[in-house]
Design a binder for this molecule. Structure first.
Ligand SMILES: [Zn+2]
Length: 140
């Protein structure tokens, strides 16, 4: 079950976001100069300003840091899915980083701050036949 409708605009991966959206791993942008990790991926390292990165796959395990429940559909396409949870996950391998997502198929009343979660990937096909894998979260 996906929260996003099939015709939802998908991210168009770029050189700096491709690993995140296509690798089916928690590929966190890591500075090749100073080793600092950052998410979401950006052009420059926040610590040293370097522009070269690696994208090592971290553990798919995380801890639910916070969440909110959307009761109002900000886009008409989301109306069939309200209420739904938007979760913020702290990665076990990089607790300083937070990743946003949903917990598809998990009843809202079962979602708790501090619960251990694991990434799953939703496969979406764009109009140009490219495939994007969006990380989502499930209890573990
Ligand atoms: Zn750096």
């Amino acid at each position: 079950m996906s929260v996003l409708p099939e015709d939802w605009a998908l991210p168009a991966p770029t050189a700096i976001t491709e690993a995140w959206f296509t690798s089916r791993t928690i590929a966190v942008q890591t500075c090749a100069e100073c080793g600092s990790r950052q998410h979401p991926p950006e052009e420059l390292c926040h610590r040293c300003g370097a522009m070269s990165f690696t994208y090592p796959a971290l553990s798919p395990n995380g801890t639910l840091h916070s969440y909110t429940v959307a009761h109002y559909a900000v886009n008409r396409a989301l109306a069939p899915h309200v209420p739904y949870a938007v979760v913020l996950v702290s990665l076990d391998d990089a607790p300083e980083l937070r990743v946003i997502g949903n917990m598809p198929g998990v009843p809202i009343e079962d979602i708790r701050i501090g619960m251990p979660v694991v990434a799953i990937w939703e496969e979406h096909h764009a109009d140009d036949a490219s495939v994007v894998h969006l990380p989502q979260w499930q209890p573990r």
